[in-house]
Design a protein around this ligand. Structure first.
Ligand code: NAP
Ligand code: MG
Length: 464
């Protein structure tokens, strides 16, 4: 753990499991509450100095950090595969993308806006950092979610205490250690711990903002707890994205894109396509194509050759998926495909495609966070739209069609933070990302995301 620029001795250690074997392969240090206080104190202490440096100087430090991470990329990617389960090529991709996202904040400006300036008055809007940020990250994209927060928080002049998910702490802890070479003491603190540590961060009076990615249930809990100290919040929560496939598409061409829109990262993506609505005319053909693709995908240990899909990250998640499938079957859903899983005690869940799934099945009402896709039939696009929008979630949504204008016209009526056409999800460092309804509040990414790590400060002068 990194506290005040050096390695903190752990109060105790917890085993970290390799999801491909279910066996412990490492021990991770865990912070006690005194260490949490120490990390916050270090961040609070470093804030005055760090926030008074120039934007350009902070951006130079973040760039330097990006370089150090790239120099250690192979080791970090291997650690990520070992603790998360994703294939080594996916882990390498996550590392590259996460660093690029973080670096993109080094090209942004934080401008003062002059609203009025006359001989009598001068009014301007400035941006100031909020203070100490606590970042709490999940286990599906441990590095991406960490660097999405570290980048804008530090560039805007805040200091940070970050807590990874306790099932995937190792890569993030290593990233903290590498940060010791770059940042002044106390600017970047990484502590490991469970929900209790997370909860204590949310209550802490010296923390000004929580940046959280995780489940809607925990997000609501955080919002509730944060109200006592009125912390600023960015909440990236669960999604249950719908995709609507219109009949005028070339099924063979889009089937592969639709398959990976759901099954990338073994389906553990907040903005994966989770509920697929398919027009009657192409329903059978598209389902058949998806099954064909599913059959060709090799599931296994992320280090093995040719593996495209790993296990799910933890046993709790696997069990949740199992109960979703049981519930859907009991309610009349048809299992159109269920793949094989490797032998052994890993947290394996087979690629599963369910058709004609009733709207009240938990695989439809809740977030199916894993390799489980539900397919739904429609004949009237308006009906598909109504069903797609009938969800408490609102992260992403997509429409697939050969007629782009028609697709946009439908997609823009979907209740979501992002509407995609003929792709799902697609993200970039220049594009904000966030949810509506129970999928969260605020956005991450680009200048909009950066501004969420600032408070508006108005300077309003009457000249005499
Ligand atoms: P979670 O409970 O939301 O956990 C996310 C992070 O929050 C972890 O670091 C967690 O630590 C911490 N946490 C838990 N309770 C907290 C509290 N009261 N205050 C502050 N921090 C707290 O997610 P999960 O239980 O691992 O997964 C459950 C579901 O979340 C999944 O099935 C999936 O639907 C969804 N999920 C969504 C995303 C996403 O990208 N939006 C990512 C992962 C999971 P602990 O693990 O110790 O509780
Ligand atoms: Mg939880």
């Amino acid at each position: 753990m990194t506290i005040r620029g050096s390695n903190a001795r752990a109060a105790h250690f917890e085993e970290v499991l390799n999801p491909a074997t279910g066996a412990a392969f490492a021990r991770a240090p865990v912070a006690n509450l005194e260490q949490l206080d120490e990390a916050v104190e270090a961040a609070r202490g470093a804030f005055a100095q760090w926030s008074s440096t120039t934007l350009t100087d902070r951006q130079a430090k973040v760039r330097e950090f990006a370089t150090v991470l790239r120099e250690n990329l192979d080791d970090l990617a291997r650690t990520l595969t070992s603790e998360q389960g994703k294939s080594i090529s996916d882990a390498t991709m996550e590392m590259h993308a996460a660093i690029a996202f973080m670096e993109s904040y080094c090209d942004l400006s934080i401008d003062t806006e002059v609203l009025r300036s006359t001989s009598e008055e001068h009014v301007e809007v400035r941006r100031r950092p909020v203070g100490v940020v606590a970042a709490i990250t999940p286990w599906n994209f441990p590095v991406m979610m960490a660097l999405w927060k570290i980048g804008p928080a530090l560039v805007a002049g805040n200091t940070i205490v970050l807590k990874p998910a306790p099932t995937t702490p190792l890569t993030t802890l290593k990233i903290g250690e590498l940060g010791q070479q770059v940042f002044p003491k106390g600017v970047l603190n990484i502590i490991n711990g469970d929900g209790e540590v997370g909860s204590a961060l949310v209550k802490h009076p010296d923390i000004s903002k929580i940046a959280f990615t995780g489940s809607t249930a925990t997000g609501k809990h955080i919002m509730n707890t944060a109200s006592t100290t009125l912390k600023r919040l960015t909440l990236e929560l669960g999604g249950n994205d719908a995709g609507i496939v219109l009949p005028d598409i070339d099924v063979e061409t889009v089937a592969k894109d639709i398959f990976w829109a759901k099954f990338s990262n073994a389906g553990q993506i907040c903005a994966a396509l989770k509920r697929l609505f398919v027009h009657d005319d192409i329903y059978d053909e598209l389902v058949a194509q998806l099954v064909q693709i599913a059959k060709s995908v090799k599931m296994g240990d992320g280090f093995a050759d040719g593996v495209l899909m790993g296990p799910v990250q933890n046993a709790m998640q696997r069990d949740k998926l199992r109960s979703m499938v049981d519930d859907a079957k009991a309610k009349g859903a048809k299992v159109v495909y269920q793949g094989d899983i490797p032998e052994g005690d890993g947290f394996w869940f087979p690629i599963t495609i369910l058709a004609d799934v009733p709207a009240d099945a938990s695989a439809v009402t809740d977030e199916a966070f894993g390799p489980l896709l539900t397919i739904h039939r429609f004949s009237d696009p308006e009906d598909a739209l109504t069903r797609a929008n009938a969800s408490p979630y609102g992260l992403g949504a997509s429409v697939w069609s050969g007629d782009v204008d028609a697709a946009v016209a439908l997609a823009e009526r979907m209740d979501s933070g992002t509407a995609w056409v003929n792709q799902h999800p697609a993200m970039g460092p220049d594009t904000p990302f966030g949810g509506v309804k129970s999928s969260g509040m605020g956005v991450e990414g680009a200048r909009w995301g950066l501004m969420q790590y600032t408070n508006i400060h108005v300077v309003n002068v009457k000249k005499n």
